[in-house]
Design a protein around this ligand. Structure first.
Ligand SMILES: [Mg+2]
Length: 390
């Protein structure tokens, strides 16, 4: 089946999300502003339509893509290259796109996911069947607790995740302006509130030094740190390995250090990680995520699925299908896309097949493609910009 036409939409969000972490912030922006809003693509191929949505996460984030860079990359470069190509030629298509414009993982991700959705629909199988099949039928979710000056707000956020949604894995943002000792106090306060049965990780988003991390983990020893995510600068793999050697068993997770397949291999070679944090918009989609999974398999490294999927069932569903295909023993922690499946309210773009949270987890869709059916009326109503290629 050949790719005939690609449509690119920027869509409005039903709510605004603003959050803070040590190295930046998320902001989906005011109504009608393009910056901060998600990009939705439709790929038309001989009777099937593949759909995907990704919210480019910058400005203010370590992943550099913005809505304008993603739309520009697809409309001007990637889209025209894909017209007339075979839908199923993921490797050849990806090589072609890389040869013309490197990087741009969010633009690559939304195209790659839409191609998987289209192929799944053409074959009548869910996307996870294209990724190795279903190892996990339900995906437990993690709740990422934003940094606040007032620890009471962090505690309230954690309580809401547990009481309202049944979440059992929390990720506490750290490296606030008051220094690592305050992060330790925040961690202790949340641990005392939620008790021993909830996994709590800590994510300083590169805001600590090697020595601060070693001191902080030592100071948090009695409070059961579930994992330590990207404490230091992304290129300091030796530092990560040093921390890991002194962490007394606290697993180390790489997020900012991991964009590419080559990054994954380098992290393993450095002995720097116990788990990879895979965000589809960061690594370039499902094709690249699968290759990173293979490196994890070969290296006994766990797989954690990040990415907030702000009010986007489509973005969450793509992540859910990838998680479904990760071998059960390889999964680490829980998946982060809770904001895409109801925690920020309903996603108006979905007509049917939306995921919903039950006991802190979601069931993986089994309908063809991503399994999420677009509400075309809502899409028309919420479109802020639209372009067609081909
Ligand atoms: Mg992180």
């Amino acid at each position: 089946m050949r790719i005939e036409r690609i449509e690119v939409f920027v869509t409005e969000l039903p709510v605004r999300l603003q959050r803070t972490f040590s190295s930046g912030s998320y902001d989906t922006g005011p109504r009608e502003q393009l910056l901060g809003k998600p990009v939705l693509v439709k790929i038309h191929a001989e009777g099937v339509i593949g759909v995907a949505q990704i919210r480019p996460i910058s400005p203010g984030h370590f992943v550099a893509d913005t809505v304008h860079s993603v739309v520009g990359a697809i409309v001007d470069i990637y889209g025209p290259l894909l017209i007339g190509r075979r839908l199923a030629d993921f490797e050849a298509n990806n090589a072609l796109l890389s040869s013309r414009l490197a990087g741009n993982p969010a633009a690559r991700a939304v195209l790659d996911i839409a191609l998987h959705d289209a192929l799944g629909k053409a074959l009548g199988v869910p996307v996870h069947d294209l990724l190795g099949g279903r190892s996990n039928a339900t995906i437990p979710l993690e709740w990422s607790v934003s940094l606040y000056d007032d620890v009471g707000r962090m505690i309230a956020d954690a309580r809401r995740a547990i009481d309202e949604f049944g979440i059992r894995v929390l990720c506490l943002k750290a490296a606030g302006a008051k220094g690592w000792r305050e992060d330790v106090r925040n961690f202790e306060a949340v641990r005392r509130e939620v008790g021993p049965d909830v996994m709590i990780g800590v994510d300083p988003n590169t805001g600590w030094t090697v020595s601060e991390t070693i001191l902080a983990l030592e100071a948090m020893r009695d409070f059961d740190v579930g994992y330590c995510e990207q404490p230091i600068e992304r290129r300091n793999l030796r530092g990560m390995a040093e921390i890991r050697a002194q962490a007394r068993g606290v697993p180390m997770m790489a997020d900012e250090s991991l964009f590419t397949i080559e990054d994954a291999a380098a992290l393993v070679r450095a002995g720097a990680v116990d788990a990879f944090c895979i965000k589809l918009y960061k690594v370039g989609g499902l094709s690249a995520a699968r290759k990173i999974l293979a490196i994890a398999d070969a290296s006994d490294v766990g797989i954690n699925c990040g990415g907030l999927a702000v009010a986007s069932q489509l973005e969450a569903a793509a992540s859910a299908h990838f998680c479904a295909a990760v071998p059960a023993g390889r999964t680490f922690g829980a998946a982060e896309f809770v904001f895409g499946v109801g925690a920020m309210g309903a996603d108006p773009l979905v007509a049917e097949g939306g995921l919903s949270i039950e006991n802190g987890a979601v069931a993986v869709p089994t309908a063809p493609g991503l399994g999420v059916v677009l509400n075309e009326d809502a899409l028309q109503r919420m479109t802020l910009s639209h372009a067609t290629i081909g």
